[in-house]
Design a protein. Structure first.
Length: 323
């Protein structure tokens, strides 16, 4: 997902507090995904976040793991949260939960809702008139309960800044890395992603799932091609080159990208090149001309044009903000 303009990082005032609001019979995959991004990464990676849990009724909570988890903090923990992660919930949250999340949002906390967690910001009116990523199985229920929300059951996440939604649990990692990128730059997000051995970061516009074919074999995975492309960003690769590498026609490759990733192959490759550009602007003093060569954008003029179109700023201004 391309953003209009990267925010200027605020002056640090202690770790950004991420608090996950959990419930009974909690699916813990999104919780552990978020803790993997916002938790401790060792002495070599700066610790910009803290991560903790809270619940409406603290204590030993049953989970889908088959083992309980102990949560010591109640809803009062949201009073100090900078980000409230709602990772799955009932379709009708209690008034106490709604009040606690509403207070947090009103004082400036970011609300991140995953899967059924979307029903909390929706009930508070925070998504009225806004597009929201919703799991395809919940799209109809969301529309019935909250008709002012604009549900999108195709993309993996939508970020409005103060409220972000991810349709499926598997998108939690992508959305959390997206938040790190927005707040601390592409290089820091890529370092965390590499430590977690995460796959290529998925933009919010990518699809939740490819449609099942009505006949014939399942579509081949694009993962080998994507890894090959990431290892050769500096090369002048065309869509024809990608198609030849995959052994399919250009038309077939474009269809596979659109069905599985939600974007055509040329756009996917450009977004990866721009992400690499941002990382090099943040971590090095390399001239723009050298960066353009390293990421496959051919020239400083082309890099500046592409960069400004995508981020509404210049490489020099971006470097001043994030270096």
């Amino acid at each position: 997902m391309l953003v209009d303009c990267p925010p200027v990082p605020p002056a640090p005032s202690g770790p950004h507090r991420v608090v996950a609001l959990v419930a009974e019979n909690q699916e813990f995959y999104p919780v552990t995904s978020a803790s993997a991004v916002f938790g401790y990464h060792g002495p070599d990676i700066p610790q910009h976040y803290s991560f903790s849990l809270c619940a409406e009724r603290p204590g030993s909570l049953p989970t889908t793991l088959g083992a309980p988890v102990r949560v010591d903090s109640g809803l009062e923990a949201l009073d100090d949260a900078d980000t409230v992660l709602v990772a799955g919930w009932t379709l009708a949250p209690s008034p106490a939960v709604l009040r606690a999340v509403s207070r947090a949002h009103a004082r400036g906390a970011r609300v991140v809702a995953v899967c059924a967690g979307i029903f909390i910001p929706a009930a508070l009116g925070l998504l009225d008139g806004r597009r929201a990523s919703v799991h395809w199985e919940l799209s109809g229920e969301l529309a019935a309960r909250h008709p002012r929300v604009i549900p999108d059951d195709t993309v993996i996440y939508v970020d409005h800044g103060d409220v972000a939604t991810a349709g499926a649990s598997a998108a939690t990692l992508d959305l959390c890395l997206h938040q790190v990128l927005q707040e601390h730059g592409a290089a820091h997000a890529m370092r965390i992603g590499r430590q977690l051995a995460a796959g290529p970061h998925r933009e919010g516009c990518q699809r939740q799932y490819p449609p099942l074919p009505t006949a014939g074999p399942m579509p081949d995975s694009l993962a080998p091609l994507l890894e090959w492309l990431l290892s050769r960003l500096a090369d002048p690769i065309t869509v024809e080159d990608m198609a030849a590498r995959s052994g399919v026609s250009r038309r077939t490759l474009t269809r596979q990208f659109t069905e599985q990733l939600g974007v055509p192959p040329a756009r996917w490759l450009l977004e990866r090149r721009l992400a690499a550009t941002r990382a090099l602007l943040e971590e090095t003093d390399l001239p723009v001309e050298t960066i353009a060569t390293r990421v496959g954008l051919s020239s400083a003029v082309n890099l500046r044009r592409r960069f400004h179109t995508a981020l509404r700023t210049t490489p020099a201004a971006y470097r001043r903000s994030f270096r």
